[in-house]
Design a protein around this ligand. Structure first.
Ligand code: APR
Length: 232
């Protein structure tokens, strides 16, 4: 078999964070104008926040959900759908937006939940697509409990993490896009690749990048289409 054929048998794992959606107009979290500069995590994204002021939490996610609906996938999300035409690709995202899916990507694993979905507060398996709706106080699941955002809050477990580790361990290439790699356990995923697996990171800024990682210092919409072109 030619090396070209071999490469097309590769399993590429893509691990994304808020940075891939920045050029779609959605805020990241830790950049200068990020969400955590505007809101306190403790007041909108923790179980204690939910206990203290459910309406404040619902308002925060309803606002972000509106912003997601007004956003469109950018060239980076679209380039990843091109990649899927040439390779086996699995996307693991920390993002709760649905821009990967709206670009046409399949196999998207959301580590931190999905903002377009609601969940029962008495049975975590009761999950509801919101469509054009938001979540108001008094909106109940079929068991009669208040609906909450289907989001993993700080301090809550990340149910999909084990599955994500299994997927990453199969990577022939790990492409990391738009994450500060500062939130665990998600950030530790990069340590689950096989030792001979290349890791490529796309981000304009990083506090630190380990020497074994190839850092493409650029924005996602600029760099991801170019990188995908170089592979196909
Ligand atoms: N293209 C690519 N990367 C970008 C762009 C861009 N246009 N703009 C910013 N970035 C990079 C930033 O340099 C930073 O490295 O994206 C990263 C965003 O980092 P964070 O704001 O920390 O977002 P993320 O890493 O996704 O946060 C992880 O933290 O608050 C929780 O649950 C939340 O999923 C989130 C998690």
């Amino acid at each position: 078999m030619t090396s070209q054929t071999n490469i097309h048998k590769k399993h590429i794992i893509v691990f994304t964070g808020a940075g891939i959606s920045a050029e779609s107009g959605l805020h990241t979290f830790r950049d200068p104008n990020g969400l955590w500069q505007q809101y306190s995590v403790q007041e909108v994204a923790t179980p204690s926040a939910w206990k203290k002021d459910r309406k404040k939490v619902l308002d925060f996610y309803n606002l972000r959900r509106q912003q997601v609906r007004q956003a469109a996938p950018n060239a980076a999300h679209i380039a990843l759908t091109t990649l899927q035409k040439h390779f086996k690709v699995s996307i693991i995202t920390q993002n709760v937006d649905d821009l990967h899916e709206r670009a046409g990507s399949k196999n998207v694993l959301h580590l931190h939940g999905e903002i377009m979905k609601a969940r029962s507060t008495v049975n975590k398996n009761l999950i509801y697509d919101l469509g054009e709706k938001d979540i108001a106080l008094g909106d109940k699941c079929e068991k009669g409990s208040q609906l909450r955002p289907h989001i993993v809050w700080f301090g809550e477990s990340v149910p999909e993490f084990e599955q994500a580790c299994k997927i990453v361990s199969q990577a022939d290439l790990l492409l990391v896009i738009g994450t500060s790699l500062r939130v665990h356990p998600a950030a530790s995923l990069i340590h689950f690749v096989a030792k001979e697996t290349d890791i490529v990171l796309v981000s304009p800024e990083m506090e630190y990048v380990a020497s074994h990682i190839t850092w493409l210092k650029n924005t996602a919409a600029e760099e991801v289409p170019r990188f995908v072109e170089s592979l196909i």
